[in-house]
Each structure stands twice: as C-alpha cells, then as structure tokens.
Design a protein around this ligand. Sequence first.
Ligand SMILES: Nc1nc2c(ncn2[C@@H]2O[C@H](COP(=O)(O)OP(=O)(O)OP(=O)(O)O)[C@@H](O)[C@H]2O)c(=O)[nH]1
Ligand SMILES: [Mg+2]
Length: 447
Amino acid sequence: MFESLTEALGGVFRKLSGRGRLTEANIDEGLQEVRKALLAADVNYKVVKDFVDKVKAKAVGQEVLKSVRPDQQFIFIIQKELEALMGPVDHAIPPAQGGNPAVLMMAGLQGSGKTTTTAKLGKYLQKRGRKPMLVAADLIRPAAIEQLKTLGAANDLPVYFETGGRPVKICERGIAKAKEQGCDVVVLDTQGRLHVDREMMDELKEIRDKVKPHHVYLVVDAMTGQDAVKSADEFNKLLALDGVIMTKLDGDARGGSALSVKAITGKPIKFVGVGEKIENLEEFHPERMAGRILGMGDVVSLVEKAQEVMDQDQARKLQEKIRNDDLSLDDFLKQLQQMKKMGPFKKILEMLPGQLGQMVGDVDEDEIKYAEAIMQSMTPQEREYPEILNAGRRQRIAKGCGRPVQEVNSLIKQFDEARKMIRMMKKGKFPPGMGGPGGPPPPGRRR
Ligand SMILES: Nc1nc2c(ncn2[C@@H]2O[C@H](COP(=O)(O)OP(=O)(O)OP(=O)(O)O)[C@@H](O)[C@H]2O)c(=O)[nH]1
Ligand SMILES: [Mg+2]
C-alpha cells in the first residue's frame, strides 16, 4: 500500500534536491510528477487537481529560506497538504448519558467489512474500559447473525440478536437491553447490498431516524478504489455520516481512496482495518499516514504498537541487562517472541522511516522462525552462557531443530555482533548511519 506513491514522490524530491532553490519552473516540474504519482495511486482526479493547486500556491509564495533545501521545503508543504487532505480527525466516541449508552451505527455495501468491524470496534472500546454491546441487525444475509454471535463469543463481547423481525425494532430492543445490563456503548451491525439501493437505504434511514445513533459510520473496502469513494458520497448524502472506517488497508490497494474520501465527502476516515483479526483496527491519524506516504515512516504507530504488546516488566529487565552488559541468547529469544506478537515483520518494517526500513526491508519470515527453533533447541544454560557453545553442542542443536549447523553458527555470530554493537553504542560510538548524539545525521533517503 502506497509503496509506489512513496517511490514516485521520492524520485521527485531527489530531483529537486539538486537544485539551488525553489523556482516557479522547478516547482511546476516537480508538481507534474506529483500529479502523475497521485493519479497512478488512484486518487480521484478532482482531488489531485485541487491538491496540486494548493501546493503550488504555497510553494510559489514561499520565502526561500537559506537553511532549508528546496526538496525539504517542498516535502514540508506536501506533508502539510496531505494532512489537511485527510484530516482533522476526532476519534472520540461519545460517553453514555444519563444511563443511556452511546449508539454507533455501521452502514456499508455488502462485504465491505461491517460485521467484522462491529466486533473490532467493540473490542477497541472494551480495551479502553468501555462496556460494549453488539446488536445483530442484519436480517437479510442468512448467516449474518451467526457470524456476529461467533465473533462476540470468541472475544467476550455480548451480542443482542433476534431470529426474525424488523431491524429497527431489534436495534431499539438491543439498546434497551444494553442499558438494562449496564453497557455504555452499543454498536449496530446492519445489512449491506451490492449497490446503494432504495430498500437498503430506506431501512438504514429508518434506523437512523428512530434510534438516533450518536455516530453513523460508513464501512468501505479500500480494495474497491474509487468505487469506495463514490459509494461513500452516496451514503453520506442519504445518511449524513459522521465518519468512515476503511477496511482492508492491509491488502494491495493503491491507497488512492484513503486520500480521496475526505475531500469528496467532507467526512474523515476515523478508523482503518488492517487485517482480519479482531485487534486489526487502528485509529486513523492523517499526520502519520502522510509521513508514511512520504517515506518517513510511521514511528509513532510503531511505538504504540510495541507498547501495547510488550511486557513492560520484561522490557525493564532487558534494559537493565543491556546496562550491565549481560545480554544472553535467552533475552534474544524472548525479544524475538515479543516482536512476533506485533504481527508480521514485513508490516512492522513498513512503518520504519525510509532508509532504515529499506535496510532491513527484506527480512524473511521463515528465517525468523528458524532462528527461534535454533534457540529453542539450546539448553537454558547454553542460552545464558553462549560462550560454552562448542562444536559438539552446535552439532546437537542443529540436529535438534533440523537446521544446518552453518545456520546455528551464523546465528551465534549475529548475536555476538549485536552484543558488540550495543557495547559500542553504550560508549557513545554509534555505528555508521544511526546518528547518535554528535554523530552525523542519518543519511535520509528522501530529505
Ligand atoms: N484483510 C482484511 N480483511 C478484512 C478486513 N475487514 C474485513 N475483512 C474480511 O472481509 C470479509 C467480509 O467482511 P464482513 O465483516 O463479513 O463484511 P460485511 O460488510 O459484514 O458483509 P455483508 O454482511 O455481507 O454485507 C471477511 O472475510 C472479513 O474477514 C480487513 O481490514 N482486512
Ligand atoms: Mg455483515
């Protein structure tokens, strides 16, 4: 997602970086490329035109600062405009009032991800101390109720359902039930059709008018590209949406729809779905997304993710060990296992800023699995004191995990090197390219 856009923009910036200053001519040339890159990423053409005009107006009127390179200046303007294009976003979910739960209504076309997102949002809220109740109000698709019940049961989320009847009544009774049980937020799952049609819209409007949800969210599938934007516009006109939840951003969608939704509908993306699992729902932050598009990485999300899965206690112990210089292979293994909880490595690395992300960009998931297997074939003593790993022990480990002994050797070597690097960093000597106090700045790929 966004890789080709990032690549293309990187090319534009590299070209500009050789110029002395921003002139109208080189701005035009750069913008021409930006325009092409955005269109290729499937951004709506009207949005592209507007965007380019705005960037140009800002860039041309810009005081040329001596200390700032033209490419940096250009990137800064584009970053700010990208943020403005997608934001601002308020993720707040209203609180319960006078014992009445907040009500969130989902709407969207068939297969966009409403039911999955209903459960994800329930989990998201539960993690933040809310007491959600999910309501199965899709009476059209035969398996819809079962699907939500299963998701609820697997994730400790109560689900209100009836086997037949009118969705609007089911929603009303579901909300009453939620109130009775002390739930403070209700998420309504509704039916979806292949296209925006009269019957679906009448039903959704009826629910909206009678139930008066605090927020109506449209769930759209990023993979459907500009169609997602078009349907968002139609839904918005009929339902007056509060926000959009874009799903399947983990797929190979080009991402243009994420850049177009707000400009076309006036409603921001509030959350994004990044996988099929219940925890794969993230708040949408335009400034982070803009950073990611520009190849500067989404370090903030990465840190948040790490904090969510890392065992704080273990992290503290690890810091302690690094300080005392007694890092063992056991710590290495634990670290690897914690990292694995953050999700596929490829996804993690995508969030790192340009150069760093590319440097480690081709990690093989299998290699990581093998490394884990090798370390698990060691005895606790061997992991604690890697020095004792002689040839005989290495042979045994290789047999134990079914990997060639060379692989065992290279893992031990890597560990040694990591240890050396940590020692160097502790002494204030940073390895090339990693910056560090007083050292040269990292050779940014894009800036
Ligand atoms: N990869 C990926 N798959 C998703 C995501 N969100 C939903 N899905 C998948 O998309 C498919 C459809 O999701 P549903 O939640 O059933 O969609 P729906 O909108 O309720 O569909 P209908 O009830 O038929 O209208 C399922 O296979 C989900 O697992 C996402 O963010 N990433
Ligand atoms: Mg559904």
